[in-house]
Write a protein that binds this ligand. Sequence first.
Ligand SMILES: [Zn+2]
Length: 228
Amino acid sequence: MNHDDPVGLPLTDGPFYAHTRLPTKHGTFDVRVFRDAAGAEHLAISRGHLDGGESVVVRVHSECLTSEVLGSLKCDCAAQLETALAAIARTGRGCVLYLRQEGRGIGLGNKIRAYALQEAGADTLEANRLLGLPDDDRSYDVAVEMLRGLGVRSVLLMTNNPLKLDGLAAAGMVVRGRVPCVVGLNPVNRGYLETKAARMGHLYRVAGGADEETAPTAAPSPEWSATA
Ligand SMILES: [Zn+2]
């Protein structure tokens, strides 16, 4: 027994500060907490054996308090998180990295300021520029460090955002493919999603009908089905 394991349990796990099993409405996940150099605590929420894993389905998800806690209709974050957790629970293998970088990295206060400018007519990119903020201030170094800590060798990334594919690859992770995650469209966020598609290169069409509103994750890639 030592300072770090007061009850005789190994409370840390490799680079992770804490880990446990957590029962949720989707099933039970392994949850690990990673503390970055700045002190922010990020979560790895996983199912199945990932050590040495190739083509592991991974969602790199940025915290969104307004959507996930308040049920805001201005974005699609809560629906994407729910879809990813449900998919990983269903297939029994995969991981959601929940990164504490609100508002694509600009922070909660700046995100709410940007919302105020959007109320006055700016779109999401214009609002950030009016505030002198970058469009996307996220770094994927922490995500890759966490994946390495889990022993993941390569991933199928659950995303519609090509910047995430590039960002993860640039940070040193092998990205073998993409699993689409198109959910959460509603009348309020239509303009925001259209901006992401038209001006930020997100890989979906917003113009579609009800099928795109409710059908999750269009067809998973063949690799994903094969490992499911
Ligand atoms: Zn959001």
